[in-house]
Design a protein around this ligand. Structure first.
Ligand code: PDD
Length: 295
């Protein structure tokens, strides 16, 4: 098979009980994850060999499974061992671990299969480029806005990601690296793969409250807790694109980057086009808080 992503030789993936060379790792063509997006996923950040916010990601994984009536293929303890073994085999110091659970392979039928469950469990891991990550945190990123065209259960981390794929690809074409998705009332829901935050003129941190409209970001929760502990004023409320454009600072949170500054929205600079002091403070607070919790 010609593999589109040039994974380095010696790179391993995990599929249903086996660690395989990445190039040979595959699932069945009748897998419901492939045919219906009948699957959920998680992305864990690995830093200096440790998982950040691991418990939060595992809790959300269990929540996504429960929401779709999917079952955990292995115990949580076994999953944690598999995650560590994959990181070890791939010699990952800093990177991301991707985990997906599908309902499994069945004869194609929209109806969920009766009978015993046989979920597919897939894990991959790859190293991140520390220079690129440092530059994103230090220099910030540009974003665009797009209508939010996703389904109504965005709190479940499913692999039905086409609206996010389209929005993020549009962002890239416009020289930006994320798209903030906007609901029918003009409020920002979140980014294609990140949660969104602004700081208003009074210095208050603002992020959309949890609901079915957004993914309950694990990094969002850690940053929120860190901000509250540090005594920073925080309000969970919706904000509009106009408010974001007028904000003192804006930033993104996700497992792939905590508090990434936003320096421009739709080509207009935000916060003077430079990362703001509160965003940089939150990066440091996040590092201190999530690092202590790593396992
Ligand atoms: N994305 N919102 C959406 C829609 C996301 O897909 C993500 C994560 C987040 C941030 O969640 P967390 O802080 O738990 O990573 C918010 C992952 C990284 C991805 O799809 O690659």
């Amino acid at each position: 098979m010609k593999w589109p992503d040039r994974a380095p030789a010696g790179h391993f993936a995990y599929v249903n009980g086996r660690y395989l060379p990445h190039i040979h790792a595959a699932v069945h063509i009748e897998d419901r994850g492939l045919q219906f997006g009948d699957s959920i996923y998680e992305v864990f950040r690995v830093e200096t060999g440790h998982f950040l916010d691991e418990a939060g990601h595992l809790d959300r994984l269990e929540g996504s499974l429960a929401a779709l009536g999917l079952s955990m293929p292995v115990t949580r303890a076994a999953l944690r061992l598999i995650m560590r073994e994959l990181v070890r085999r791939n010699r990952i110091h800093d990177g991301l671990l991707y985990l997906q659970i599908t309902r499994g392979a069945f004869r194609r039928d929209h109806l969920m299969p009766d009978g015993p469950s046989k979920p597919t469990l897939i894990l991959t891991a790859r190293a991140s480029d520390p220079a690129a990550a440092t530059s994103r945190l230090a220099c910030g990123v540009k974003i665009i806005t797009r209508p939010d065209e996703r389904w109504a259960r965005r709190d479940i981390k499913t692999t039905q990601l086409l609206p996010a794929v389209l929005a993020k690809t549009a962002a890239k074409r416009e020289g930006a690296s994320e798209a903030w998705l906007v609901d029918s009332e003009g409020f920002v829901t979140e980014g294609g793969s990140t949660n969104g935050w602004i700081v208003d003129a009074a210095g208050t941190l603002i992020t959309r409250p949890l609901s079915r409209a957004i993914l309950p970001g694990v990094t969002r929760a850690t940053v929120l807790a860190a901000a509250k502990e540090a005594g920073l004023p925080v309000v969970e409320r919706k904000f509009t694109v106009a408010e974001a454009l007028a904000s003192r600072e804006a930033f993104l949170t996700s497992a792939s980057g905590a508090a990434v500054p936003v320096v421009a929205i739709n080509g207009e600079s935000v916060g003077g086009g430079r990362p703001g002091p509160l965003t940089l403070q939150l990066q440091a607070l996040y590092d201190a808080k999530s690092g202590r919790r790593s396992g």
